[in-house]
Design a protein around this ligand. Structure first.
Ligand code: ZN
Length: 139
């Protein structure tokens, strides 16, 4: 069995953003030389997510509104977590909802997606360097 590991680094200039990282994951798969196996992609931070959904701008706005209605950023004083001096309690909660990682099957050297599936990095507390792990195992 072969294995391949790569870190993808991001420095998002805004607090929140959704980035389609499918091209970077595809590139990692090509570098791995693996044609049959599994590809894990996970956020390496507790205030960011990796998830799969459609690359559609209306949907991305809907996520923003939905997440803000569930865990609004402001007022930051509403969260116990922020009593430590941080202001990112909402980012921890948003990450929990949107998930930590995805696993995609690798078939014939390709990411074996369902219709419209794309991989996204969800940033909920940006403006600093953060990373995503890609781990691919197989033959
Ligand atoms: Zn925090």
């Amino acid at each position: 069995m072969k294995s391949y590991r790569k870190e993808l680094w991001f420095n998002i200039p805004t607090r929140r953003a959704l980035i389609n990282i499918t091209p970077q994951v595809r590139e990692a798969l090509q570098e791995s030389g693996i044609t049959e196996g599994l590809c894990l992609v996970n956020a390496m931070h507790i205030t960011a997510s990796v998830f799969i959904n459609d690359d559609e701008s209306g949907l991305h706005q809907d996520y923003e509104q939905w997440l803000e209605s569930l865990a609004p950023h402001a007022p930051t004083s509403q969260y116990q977590h922020n009593r430590t001096g941080e202001d990112n309690a909402d980012a921890h909660l948003k990450r929990q909802i949107m998930g930590r990682e995805v696993v995609v099957a690798v078939t014939n050297g390709k990411l074996d997606f369902g219709t419209w599936e794309q991989i996204f990095y969800g940033e909920f507390d940006g403006r600093r360097r953060k990373r995503v792990l890609v781990k691919i195992i197989g033959e």
